[in-house]
Design a protein. Structure first.
Length: 114
């Protein structure tokens, strides 16, 4: 359990780390609370059907934290992509596919020559 001082310092430190003035502004534009002056924001809709339980849990978490669902899911997507890329790199997936492509190219070249 954190001490009162630890809680206070942690809260403010995390607020500074996570401070993103553009995120609230982006949410307001996407929600239609602020009209766009010109053009569109470069965003894409990422939609997935999930179990109702998961949807309810996400709603509870974002309500408790007081953040938008978009901000929460965007952070989750970024973390998921970063973890997936780290695993792909650590397991040598790109190198494996490069080696397979090289072997196929070598075999194709030999069949043309032969």
């Amino acid at each position: 359990m954190r001490t009162p001082l630890d809680s206070l310092v942690t809260e403010h430190a995390l607020r500074l780390v996570n401070q993103s003035g553009n995120a609230d502004f982006t949410d307001a534009i996407l929600d239609g609370r602020i009209p766009m002056v010109s053009g569109e924001l470069p965003v894409k809709n990422v939609c997935a059907k999930v179990h109702p339980w998961l949807s309810d849990e996400i709603d509870k978490v974002v309500d408790l934290l007081g953040i938008s669902k978009r901000r929460f899911l965007e952070a989750a997507f970024i973390e998921a992509v970063n973890k997936a890329n780290a695993i792909i790199e650590a397991e040598g997936v790109h190198e494996r596919f490069a080696a397979m492509a090289e072997a196929e190219a070598h075999a194709a070249a030999e069949s043309v020559e032969g």
